[in-house]
Design a protein around this ligand. Structure first.
Ligand code: MRU
Length: 347
């Protein structure tokens, strides 16, 4: 059993090291980003992906490449440049709120208080990015503990996309309590949706669960209803990209279908996410922007065409599950049970 490598790290040389998730599971390749444009490209094409991981990557990305030139700029120039970088980064992906949340937090820290010199500002911001990173790791550990009893009582799970270690600082959100249960001797079994179009389930979740020795079975996205009808699944657990104040949950396209199935078959539908994914400024899921991605992701698998040339394609990357279909949201503040709207407001 090999530990899962970290998806995001800050190197001693002051670069952002990303595990290139587009190359998994065939190759484990790391890229060192030395400028903000490389980070923006990495987020856009999903070399780094998953709501918390893109937030952490963007926080560090804002610092590139200040380290080489902190003395060359005055504070005013530094802050103007930071705002320009923030704008590029925030435009890369619209749905996961963690991205904007991390960038806003970094910018607020930069503009807060007295204006130190540029090296001091750099140190202040690096320490803020490290805090964002460490707080995410602590949240994932707390989610693992909070969710463990739910997994112990529902050990045969189905998950969608990748809300594991690769999507966060470490451990995961939806996968965190599964790892904890497995470590505690619970006989878990995870059915992993392949997650078309980009196959995060097949490529990433299957890779990290099998490396960790967690028993799992890969299925295509259209098999869930059948398995539920044959009583092979006890619960569904997924991550989230943004949760509205009323408890509506945006997550990878296909999540909504699973929530509807859970209601029909009387199964619990759990969402696990850190508090940084909850957007209390948005009242309702219908206000969450849904990323639309390239048609090529649907008409092709990797570079192989699977559809007639030029066919009309839709490719929304996320859907919104209404709060009514969510049994509970597992966060570092504990388990938020339905009705999520009331319980989120007071958590
Ligand atoms: O497009 P992706 O791969 O970034 O989508 C990721 C998801 O939908 C995850 O479920 C979500 O970000 C939670 S990750 C802990």
């Amino acid at each position: 059993v090999e530990p899962v490598p970290k998806s995001v790290a800050w190197t001693e040389e002051g670069a952002l090291r990303l595990l290139d998730q587009t190359r998994l599971p065939q190759e484990e390749v790391y890229i060192d980003c030395k400028d903000v444009d490389t980070v923006c490209e990495a987020i856009r094409v999903l070399r780094v992906r998953g709501a918390p991981a893109i937030g952490i990557a963007a926080a560090y990305g804002l610092l590139l490449p200040f380290r080489d030139a902190p003395n060359l700029r005055d504070t005013y120039e530094f802050l103007a440049d930071l705002d320009r970088r923030a704008e590029c980064l925030v435009e890369t992906r619209p749905t996961a709120v963690n991205l904007a949340w991390a960038i806003n937090r970094m910018c607020a820290r930069a503009h807060a208080g007295e204006e130190p010199d540029v090296p001091a500002l750099y140190r202040r911001l690096l320490s803020e990015a490290r805090d964002i990173h460490a707080e995410d790791a602590a949240a994932c550990r707390a989610i693992a503990d909070a969710g463990l009893p739910l997994i112990a009582s529902h050990p045969r799970l189905l998950t969608h996309c990748n809300a594991g270690s690769l999507a966060v600082s470490e451990l995961g959100t939806a996968l965190a309590p599964i790892y904890a249960a497995h470590r505690n001797g619970v006989q878990v079994h995870v059915f992993v949706d392949e997650t078309r179009p980009l196959l995060q389930g097949a490529r990433l979740t299957a890779w990290e669960l099998s490396r960790a020795g967690v028993p799992m079975t890969l299925i295509t996205d259209n098999m869930a209803a059948h398995l539920m009808s044959r009583k092979q699944i006890d619960a569904v657990i997924v991550g989230a990209d943004r949760v509205a104040a009323n408890g509506d949950v945006a997550n990878k396209i296909g999540t909504l279908g699973l929530a509807v199935l859970c209601q029909y078959f009387g199964l619990p539908f759990y969402v696990a996410c850190p508090w940084s994914t909850i957007d209390l400024k948005i009242d309702h899921g219908s206000m969450i922007p849904i990323e639309q991605r390239s048609a090529l992701e649907v008409s092709h698998i990797r570079d192989v065409s699977i559809a007639p040339n030029g066919v009309d394609v839709a490719n929304p990357a996320f859907d919104v599950t209404p709060a009514d279909l969510v049994t509970a949201i597992i966060t570092e503040r504990g388990i938020i049970e339905a009705p999520c709207k009331e319980n989120l407001a007071t958590a």
